[in-house]
Design a binder for this molecule. Structure first.
Ligand SMILES: [Zn+2]
Length: 262
């Protein structure tokens, strides 16, 4: 009897060994591949769609409503990088957080080209603007219709070398970096002269493209350092600055453009 039960058990084990391998080794491998491939395919499809939305062959841009409550159609975006500028984050760029009205995009490209002719050594980083379709874009209160653009402050090291904002997901893509009232953060120092040169060039380029800068938001404690530079002395007369905003604008300056929106 005992021998029979043993045989029965062994037989059972043999049956399991013969039937288990196809289900235990093939299915998980296929499942693992699918789990890895699906997000990659989804991300590639989404990025492709974003590229298509910003295509140059699309009709001219149209904005609707206000920067607080509005939307955007046929928005454009700046190249990811140029001779003296780049986007704040590849992730932010690919996900479509840098769309704006086409006229504004063209004015910004001209502004960077103007600065590059005068001061080729300077480097600039632009931040977020709008979704391709506009609307609410967390955590911004505005940026809803492609007429508001953020620019990160140009930087130098304390030794005076041109530096770039250390943007990463750990500092909320740069928006969490904080500067003291003299414009310092660790070894980094805001290059107020470079910022003023960009704003002067942006104002000139905007006018050439039939636009106006409606408002600049930059920390009120840091504005005096901007005004103290040679280029910045002209700015307070040319551009309307807002002092205190709902959050401190120390790592970036926010620019609202006047565009005829429906
Ligand atoms: Zn902003």
């Amino acid at each position: 009897m005992a021998e029979n039960r043993q045989e029965a058990c062994e037989d059972g084990a043999k049956i399991k060994q013969m039937t288990l391998p196809p289900t235990s080794s093939v299915r998980p491998r296929g499942l693992r591949f699918a789990l890895l491939a699906l997000p990659v395919i989804a991300l590639a499809s989404y990025s492709g769609w974003i590229v298509w939305l910003g295509r140059e062959s699309a009709p001219p841009s149209r904005c609707y409503g206000t920067a607080v409550s509005g939307r955007l159609m046929h928005g454009r975006r700046l190249p990811y990088s140029g001779v003296n500028f780049r986007a704040y984050s590849l992730l932010g760029y690919l996900s479509g957080r840098t769309f704006m009205h086409g006229s504004i995009r063209d004015a910004i490209i001209s502004s960077y080209a103007r600065v590059a002719r005068e001061r080729p050594e300077l480097r600039y980083i632009y931040g977020e603007s709008s979704w391709p379709w506009g609307g609410s874009i967390w955590p911004h209160r505005t940026h809803a219709n492609g007429t508001a653009v953020d620019f990160f402050v140009p930087l130098r090291t304390r030794a005076g070398e041109v530096a770039e904002m250390p943007v990463s997901v750990l500092n909320k893509l740069g928006y969490e970096i904080a500067f003291d009232n003299t414009g310092r953060a660790g070894d980094l120092q805001i290059d107020f002269e470079a910022m003023a040169l960009h704003l002067v060039a942006l104002d000139q380029a905007a006018r050439e493209h039939g636009l106006k800068i409606r408002r600049v938001i930059f920390d009120d404690n840091l504005q005096r350092h901007l005004s103290a530079t040679e280029a910045g002395a002209k700015l307070s007369r040319r551009l309307p600055f807002l002092g205190k905003a709902w959050i401190r604008h120390d790592q970036h300056y926010h620019v609202d453009f006047s565009v005829a929106c429906s």
